[in-house]
Design a protein around this ligand. Sequence first.
Ligand code: PQ2
Ligand code: NAD
Length: 189
Amino acid sequence: MNYFPAFLKLDNKKVLIIGGGCIAFKKLEHLLDFTSNISLIALEFSNEMSTVIKEKKLHFEKRSYQKGDIKEFDIVIIAIDNIPLQAEIFEESKQYKCLCNSVDSTEYCDFIFPSYIKKDDLTIAISTSGSSPAVAKHLKRYLQKLIPSNICEFLQEMKELRKTLPKGKERMKILDKKAQNYINSWSDK
Ligand SMILES: C[C@@]1(CC(=O)O)C2=NC(=C\c3[nH]c(c(CCC(=O)O)c3CC(=O)O)Cc3[nH]c(c(CC(=O)O)c3CCC(=O)O)/C=C3\N/C(=C\2)[C@@H](CCC(=O)O)[C@]3(C)CC(=O)O)/[C@H]1CCC(=O)O
Ligand SMILES: NC(=O)c1ccc[n+]([C@@H]2O[C@H](COP(=O)([O-])OP(=O)(O)OC[C@H]3O[C@@H](n4cnc5c(N)ncnc54)[C@H](O)[C@@H]3O)[C@@H](O)[C@H]2O)c1
């Protein structure tokens, strides 16, 4: 089965990252685009990680992972370089209601990180279901070049129009036509 694509609201969700190296940093950067309710536990934090932790005033503990650490969290990212421990934490997570991502195997993931493009309200997420993260990254770069910089203004305009017109079939038709014309105008260039 492939992964169900959903956009999660992270307000009031507590996120824990276990690990403080290069990959933990990548996951932290991506998460910070959507929430700052992030805590971290790691034996060692890289310099870039320590800088961001300080800058964003995130809660962190410099120590080894201990059983029970994930208990209070809704979302857990296991970004340590120890695969048996990744498996152990994933197994432990089954007794709680948290969702786990581990960076070395989809076997220990309830969800995976997509590659994404974010421009204000627009988010485009790409996944290869773990088949090739490199393809996800390069497809993102390709799509980034196709999307015009004025898309945010256009979305804002559509949002306003959607608010001012009364709900119903007529509104649907107007919005659909306007969206279609906008997207089609890209290939005219
Ligand atoms: C998309 C992105 C998002 C992000 O990190 O936020 C992301 N990986 C990215 C980059 C990347 N990762 C890797 C390379 C080297 C080339 C390659 O292997 O392809 C590159 C390319 C690079 O860094 O240039 C190596 C790698 N990745 C995973 C494993 C373990 C394994 O596959 O077993 C290994 C092998 C480790 C080893 O070598 O031992 C696993 C996962 N990586 C995922 C996400 C999830 C699946 C996403 C999907 O559906 O495709 C999943 C399953 C779990 C997860 O991490 O959530 C981000 C692009 C960010 C961007 O857009 O710029
Ligand atoms: N998902 C991805 O996109 C992706 C890409 C490349 C690599 N990886 C995998 O990610 C893993 C991490 O890679 P990295 O480059 O960040 O490694 P790293 O060595 O830079 O960092 C590992 C971190 O884990 C911490 N750690 C280790 N044992 C711990 C414990 N018991 N308790 C708390 N913290 C502990 C270390 O202190 C360190 O901060 C590797 O196993 C690698 O294969 C994943």
